[in-house]
Design a protein around this ligand. Structure first.
Ligand code: ME8
Length: 507
């Protein structure tokens, strides 16, 4: 049977400065969803990349005394290294400076022009350069850009426009018919009530004031508006507008994961562009909240952050991944601090997971020379553990299907909590004193190992290197989704040396 496909994307980030923990946040979550989908049998295409054009980057490069391409190349090299150190398993990294992307964007622009959805006129308005966004007077907050709070500049120039207004009604109908297109639901209401219903203005989609961009193929003094260039990445990477196998197989995207500040582009402009091109819309846009430092958004331009690799080096990759995935209810804003990361690591990874694994393995070594067996001596107290472990796959699958990543992790850690409690309830060290209880003792330890294994199989999506270490200690090959029912751990095998998974972090 052919596997079901799953195509998911992160935003393509601006390589205007080095990436920070906020970029890691989206990318780690996307990575975990990609890993989870692969684990549960999907054929996954996971894409990330960089959004390289526009005046902001042109200016930064000029300030640094290098060409825009040289400027971004260096940042991208570093970003790829960061993704490597975080274990990001992307299938494709798109750069908007790629030649085939540029050619395809030109074709997309031309298609919309030929169909009459793009026309030439003159633009007058207020432009926020850092955000690459035009605003109307009414949208400003205290006279400043509503997204970043900085000054806007008056701009007017000959420009091409996209007939966004034409798609207002169609967008409303689309939202009506696809209630789960934009998640969480609070963002959908905001889009519909604050943006779509009040009316959509046509969108200025070309610029003549700078050159670092993709030229309009039939009018070369214009470059394509950076958001049209950027949004197109989700289809140019698949070969669109060519008739490619990749496009046929993976489009429409199943999930565009984005931060809440760019939901507007993904929930209005992008769908309207796709309607204009006559191709299907993505299945879901998820607009997550922000990581906040000291009450403010982490920001490249404010510079209130460290290189994320410092956290990885200090606390380990899985501590950083786990924090990003678990700390903040997905969709909400949440605080990032090293104290919070330390507290989370100590409570969950050191206490619940690490101690459980090391204690259990130590007991199997001590009482059975490391040999696993399952004589099957049951008691009522086992039920709370075994029944839950068997249900866990379904629980996690439900949570992951609605992208409640932090709740999926909570459910997995509930199994580990129960296993810790089970040690207190069954007191293996007391069973060990009574020779007649030997089979019961072996059964108790088997139940613990099996709970650890089941949790670790699911944790492969989230903290993969920790799962690998655990599988190695358990000396098991039962690590896939199909093995997720209680009783699959091999018996009569010897455990490997145990290693400490997480050290308690002292501040
Ligand atoms: O917007 N908390 O690029 P960008 C959580 N190029 N997520 C954060 C964050 C924070 N504090 N800061 C950044 C762009 N992010 C465009 C996108 S897509 C066609 C074009 C994440 O470099 C979050 O995903 O400004 C946010 O949407 C994205 O980085 C913005 O990255």
């Amino acid at each position: 049977m052919e596997k079901k496909k799953f195509y998911l994307t992160t935003p393509i980030y601006y390589p205007s400065a080095e990436f920070h923990i906020g970029h890691c946040y989206t990318t780690i979550i996307a990575d975990s969803i990609a890993r989870y989908k692969r684990l549960s049998g999907f054929d996954v295409f996971f894409q990330t990349g960089t959004d390289e054009h526009g005046q902001k980057i042109e200016r930064k490069a000029m300030d640094a005394g290098v060409s825009p391409k040289e400027y971004v190349d260096k940042i991208i090299l570093n970003a790829k290294d960061l993704w490597k150190s975080l274990g990001i398993s992307y299938d494709y990294f798109i750069r908007t400076s790629d030649e085939d992307h540029k050619k395809r964007v030109q074709e997309i622009f031309k298609k919309m022009y030929d169909s009459g959805d793009i026309y030439k006129s003159e633009y007058k308005g207020l432009y926020c350069t850092p955000c690459e966004s035009f605003w109307t007077e009414a949208q400003l907050v205290d006279g400043k850009c509503p997204d970043c709070g900085r000054d806007v500049e008056e701009a007017h120039e000959e420009a091409y426009f996209f007939k966004l207004s034409k798609y207002q009604k169609k967008l409303e109908e689309f939202y009506e018919a696809n209630p789960n297109f934009l998640l969480p639901l609070s963002r959908k209401n905001e889009m519909i009530n604050n943006f779509i219903k009040p009316g959509l203005d046509d969108l200025c989609v070309s610029r003549t004031s700078f050159t670092w961009g993709i030229p309009v193929s039939f009018d070369e003094k214009h470059v394509v508006y950076v958001w049209v260039d950027a949004l197109s990445n989700y289809i140019t990477s698949l070969g669109y507008p060519e008739e490619s196998e990749m496009f046929k197989k993976f489009w429409p995207a199943d999930l565009h994961l984005v931060g809440k500040e760019i939901v507007r582009f993904h929930a209005i402009i992008w769908p309207a562009m796709l309607m204009s091109l006559g191709i299907e819309l993505p299945k879901c846009v998820f607009g997550h909240g922000w990581l906040i430092i000291d009450g403010g958004k982490i920001s490249k331009s404010v510079g209130n952050y460290k290189d994320p690799r410092e956290y990885i080096n200090e606390y380990g990759v899985d501590a950083v991944r786990y924090f990003a995935l678990r700390e903040v209810p997905f969709g909400n804003d949440g605080n990032f601090s090293e104290d919070a990361l330390i507290a989370r690591t100590n409570a969950d990874l050191v206490n619940n997971l690490g101690n459980l694994v090391n204690r259990t393995i130590a007991m199997v070594n001590k009482y059975f020379d490391g040999i696993v067996s399952n004589p099957g001596v049951k008691e009522d107290v086992d039920d709370a553990l075994v029944v839950y472990a068997n249900e866990l796959k379904k629980l996690v699958d439900n949570k992951m299907n609605s992208y409640k990543v932090n709740e999926a992790l909570e459910d997995i850690f509930e199994l580990l909590k129960r296993a810790n409690k089970y040690i207190d309830e069954t007191t293996p060290w007391i069973l060990a004193k009574d020779e007649t209880k030997k089979d019961r003792l072996a059964s108790v330890l088997y139940n613990l190992l099996e709970s650890i294994r089941i949790a670790s199989v699911l944790l492969r999506a989230f903290i993969p290197s920790t799962s690998d270490k655990i599988f190695n200690m358990l000396n098991t090959s039962k690590i896939d989704f199909e093995s997720l029912s209680f009783g699959n751990l091999e018996t009569e095998i010897k455990l490997n040396e145990s290693e400490i998974l997480f050290n308690r972090i002292e501040k």
